[in-house]
Design a binder for this molecule. Structure first.
Ligand SMILES: Cc1ncc(C[n+]2csc(CCOP(=O)(O)OP(=O)(O)O)c2C)c(N)n1
Ligand SMILES: [Mg+2]
Length: 391
């Protein structure tokens, strides 16, 4: 790895760490609402994996999703704004911690349902297959997700249909307060892939280089052989499951022991041992990252809240993938999908109504009687129009 890249990866891990430490403070101060799940301790997995992705590849993740967005190059100011519910946020302040979507960077965001996004990863893989490109999709999830039915369904269909998806378990040993010893009959989680004939391996998730090597190999298999892989990265989260977790299910000693193999510490040590950088270099970048965080907070403080009208926006999306049969067989659909445009047979989009044109809520006395059809709602009408195409 070239010197500059080795240092850039160190900086990325540090940025995630400092970003989240600041988030924890802001949460305690009541400036961040909702849930907050921190990735602290697991940074090497996201940063190592992301470092070998191509800009046109995709990723999808679970609710512990801040690290992926930062490692993929999202602006921390937009991410903190999202956490604070500001209109400048990456999901316009409407997603919060668990929903850092960043489609221009191929980031399909976090998901609050354990295992809920694994079928979506298979869907993205299927989309790549339809487009006939050599892109890949990386899918990150926790050890808790491997016991969900969606995990098995997704792995099965990915193997069956040769989908270019790399599934990455971040095994931090706990699902909320439940240790994997109490949740999984097989402790080597990567072996679950043997049931589906999927290539698999485990990797030390605290070692950036090891993660990078394992993910690069899996990506290559997905890109050229169109085969999925299951990786298990052994890692650890230092903080509670979320900010409201008192952490009574593990000892202080266990956490301290794991912190000795801290990924940022290990990578920094390696950079110094190889005489590529000095401790002073590492200290200087830390200072720079801390200053960046202060500027990030200042940006958020001067950001507006979302206007009330914006709650009607970003609710539904029109997708050309709703008609799978046409997408596979109809030449007009196939070429439209390859060129990333809407197939010609879709009805024209229903324009979003101007705020003043929206139907006002009926006064209580004029509500339709029980059983009577409800007044048409423009958003529902748009969905019904889309649904007809797929039926
Ligand atoms: C289907 C479903 N069941 C239960 C929950 C509640 N829940 C939220 S996080 C979590 C633990 C998941 O742990 P893991 O997959 O190991 O990820 P980690 O939080 O350790 O990163 C549970 C049970 C949920 N969100 N979705
Ligand atoms: Mg876990």
């Amino acid at each position: 790895m070239i010197r500059e890249e080795a240092f850039a990866l160190y900086r990325q891990m540090l940025l995630i760490r400092r970003f989240e430490e600041r988030c924890a403070q802001l949460y305690v101060e009541g400036r961040i609402g909702g849930f907050l799940h921190l990735y602290i301790g697991q940074e090497a997995v996201g940063v190592g994996a992301m470092s070998v992705m191509r800009p046109d590849d995709y990723l999808i993740a679970y609710y512990r999703d801040h690290g992926y967005a930062l490692a993929r190059g999202a602006d921390p100011r937009l991410l903190l704004a999202e956490l604070c519910g500001k209109f400048t946020g990456i999901s316009r302040g409407k997603g919060g911690s668990m929903h850092f979507y960043d489609v221009p960077r191929g980031n399909f965001g976090g998901d609050g349902i354990v295992g809920g996004h694994l079928p979506l990863a298979a869907g993205i893989g299927y989309g790549i297959r339809l487009k006939d490109t050599d892109q890949v999709c990386l899918c990150f999830f926790g050890d808790g997700a491997v016991n969900e039915g969606a995990f098995h369904e997704s792995l099965n269909v990915s193997a069956l249909w040769d989908l270019p998806v790399v599934y990455i378990i971040e095994n931090n040993r706990y699902g909320m307060g439940t240790s994997i010893d109490r949740a999984s009959s097989v402790k080597d989680l990567y072996q679950r892939a043997s049931a589906y004939g999927i290539p698999r391996r485990e990797v030390n998730g605290m070692d950036l280089l090891a993660v990078r090597t394992a993910v690069a190999e899996a990506i290559e298999r997905a890109r050229t052989d169109k085969r999925p892989t299951l990786l298990e990265a052994e890692t650890y989260r230092y903080r509670g499951h979320s900010m409201s977790d008192p952490g009574k299910y593990r000892t202080k000693e266990e956490v301290e022991e794991m912190m000795k193999s801290d990924p940022i510490l290990l990578w920094g040590k390696r950079l110094i041992e190889q005489e590529r950088f000095s401790q002073a270099d590492l200290d200087a970048v830390d200072k720079e990252v801390l200053a960046q965080m202060e500027a990030t907070v200042a940006f958020v403080e001067s950001s507006p809240d979302p206007p009330p009208e914006s709650m009607y926006e970003d609710v539904y999306v029109r997708s050309p993938y709703i008609n799978m049969k046409a997408a596979e067989k109809d030449p007009a659909w196939r070429s439209a999908i390859k060129e990333d445009r809407m197939p010609p047979t879709l009805p024209p989009p229903t324009a979003a109504p101007a705020p003043e044109a929206r139907p006002a809520a009926p006064p209580a006395e004029s509500k339709p009687a029980a059983g009577a059809p409800a007044a048409p709602n423009p958003a529902e009408a748009a969905v019904q129009a889309t649904a007809k195409v797929g039926s």
